[in-house]
Design a protein around this ligand. Sequence first.
Ligand SMILES: C[S@@+](CC[C@H](N)C(=O)[O-])C[C@H]1O[C@@H](n2cnc3c(N)ncnc32)[C@H](O)[C@@H]1O
Length: 281
Amino acid sequence: MTFGPSASLTWPKHRPGRPSDRCRNTSPRLQVTKNVSPLLQTCLHAITYADPLRIPPQRLTAMQHDSMQPARMPQSAVPYVYTAIAPTHDWLAVLVEAKARAFGLQQLAVQNGEHVLEVAVGTGLSFTELVSANPDGWTEGLDRTPAMLRQTARRMQTAPHQRFGLRLGDAYALPYPDNTFDAVLNSYMFDMLPVADFTTVLREFRRVLKPGGRCVCINMTVPTHWTERLWDTLYALFPPLLGGCRGITLAPSMRKAGFADVRRTRIVQRTFPSEIVVGFC
Ligand SMILES: C[S@@+](CC[C@H](N)C(=O)[O-])C[C@H]1O[C@@H](n2cnc3c(N)ncnc32)[C@H](O)[C@@H]1O
C-alpha cells in the first residue's frame, strides 16, 4: 500500500510502555477483537468506550470548571475509530473547524521551497493547501490511520504537483532525523491525547524542526460559554462521537517543551471552540 512518493510501507511496532495506552487498553473485550473483521472490531471498541451512565464525578467537575477532561479513548483505539469515521470525517470538520483551520494555515505561512510536515494529516483538508503553497519545496504528511491516509491520497490525485509524501507513522516517534523541517502543522490530534503526553509529543515536534522553525497546533479547546459545553458533554457521554476529542489548552505544554514566543488564539464556529497555538524553536 503506497500513499505517495516517499511512502513508508511499514506499520510502526507497538511500544507497550507508551504512556497513552495506560488509559483503558486492558479490557478483555479488546483482546478478543484480533481475529474479527475491522467493522466488528470498530463496533466492539465503540461498545467498550460507551458508558453514558458511568460518568465519574471528577469528569463532571471538569465540565463545570472550564478545565480539561481526562483522555478516555486510548491511542490503541485510534485506527479503529478513525477507520469508521474516515468516510464522514469532513462533514463536521468543514462545519465547525474551517475558520480555525484557515487561521492556523495563515499563521504557519508556508513559503515556497520549505520543508513542511503535517502530523496527523487525516483526510488531507489542510495538506492540500500546504502542498499547493509549496511547489518547489517538500511537504510531508503523516498519520497513524491507514483509512485516513487513503482519503488524503485520493484527494491528492488532483494535486498541482508531486512534491509531497504521505507516510504511516506515529506522532510519538516521528520517522525523521533531527532538524529536518521549517514548519510543522498539527490539527485536532492533541485533543485526544492524555495531558501527561502533551510535552513528550511536542518535544518530538521540536526535535524534527530546524532552529528558528515554527509549529502551529489547532485543537478543540475548553468551553468558556454555556453554548460551547455541548461538545465536551458529548465527549463525556461517548468519546468516539467526537473522534475521541475533548477541549484542551496546549500553550503551557508548548512552553514546557521549549517553544518560544508561544501565542494562543481562540476561535468559535457554530459553538465549537478551537484554539490555534503557535510556537517557535
Ligand atoms: C480529528 S482527526 C484530524 C485530522 C486532520 N488533522 C484535520 O484537522 O482534519 C485526528 C487524526 O489524528 C490521527 N492521529 C491520532 N493519534 C495519532 C498519532 N499518535 N500519530 C499520528 N496520527 C494520529 C488520527 O488517525 C486522525 O487521522
